[in-house]
Design a protein around this ligand. Sequence first.
Ligand SMILES: [Zn+2]
Length: 92
Amino acid sequence: MSDMAISSQKVKTLKPHNCWGCTVLFPPKSTMERVNCVDGDKIYSVYWCEFCQKVLAKMGSFNASDGFAFGELQETQEFVDLQNTQSKEGVL
Ligand SMILES: [Zn+2]
């Protein structure tokens, strides 16, 4: 099985969505990145919050996004590092 991200788009959500990276449930009207993926003959969308997008950007490629299982991003060193950085700056 190989999932592939085929397109992505910044959207303002209409419904609540869990971020694929950190599993946090974001309410409607959140700005998130919607990534359309294809898995065999199925097309589905996953949503990424702005924080997780920054983590992915730090890893060098947003295409990394289709390589993660749900919630797996928060297990990465980059996620923890960025979280620590932001809490020091008082952003979170
Ligand atoms: Zn997230």
